[in-house]
Design a protein around this ligand. Structure first.
Ligand SMILES: [Zn+2]
Length: 183
């Protein structure tokens, strides 16, 4: 297992930014967090800051280029409603919901994505204590979307042909922007 400290070596937390598709770091399979420590808490604070800046409801660590198994969520948008999931694992899914889904790494793109309506997750909190939570609706959708990020799976993989076609111009713009930024 790659340990957290290795992942952390040389990372400038305040300089972290939200990565956009098609940055290859979004495709990595993330490694488990092996210690819930102050470094991790600093990363979490920065992730919330970046997420609230753009009014997001969920953000996974690989979206800021740190490829460890961690995501944050705030389904109500209230800064007091900060939720953190370290080494999360979905253990049960039930029911169905259909709705628009977006992703902070795909600005301007929304797609209808079918998800389970209920999701149960096991994770550690910021004290390193294990907990289980069952959510419905938007938060259940976030559980499913964010845990997929930790395995390098993205919104675009979930989009159907019609949706890809409808969003093709924006997807192409993101690809061109990334190509010119890395040229
Ligand atoms: Zn996302």
């Amino acid at each position: 297992m790659v340990c957290m400290s290795e992942k952390w070596h040389g990372i400038d937390v305040p300089a972290l930014r939200i990565l956009r598709y098609p940055d290859p770091r979004l495709r990595e399979v993330c490694t488990p967090v092996d210690a819930v420590d102050d470094d991790l808490r600093r990363l979490v604070d920065r992730m919330f800051e970046l997420m609230f800046d753009v009014h997001g409801v969920g953000l996974a660590a690989p979206q800021v280029g740190v490829t460890v198994r961690l995501f944050v969520a705030c389904p109500t948008g209230e800064p007091t409603d900060r939720r953190v999931y370290v080494n999360p694992r979905i253990t049960a899914l039930d029911g169905k919901q259909d709705g628009e889904e977006g992703c902070l790494s795909f600005p301007g793109i929304y797609s209808n994505i079918k998800r389970a309506d209920l999701a149960t997750i096991h994770a550690l909190d910021l004290d390193g204590v294990a907990f289980e939570e069952t959510a419905q609706g938007l938060l259940a959708r976030a559980f499913q979307h964010e845990t997929e990020h930790l395995d390098g799976r993205l919104l675009v993989d979930r989009m159907g042909t019609v949706s890809k076609l409808a969003n093709r111009r924006t997807l192409k713009e993101l690809e061109e922007k990334f190509a010119s930024a890395t040229r």
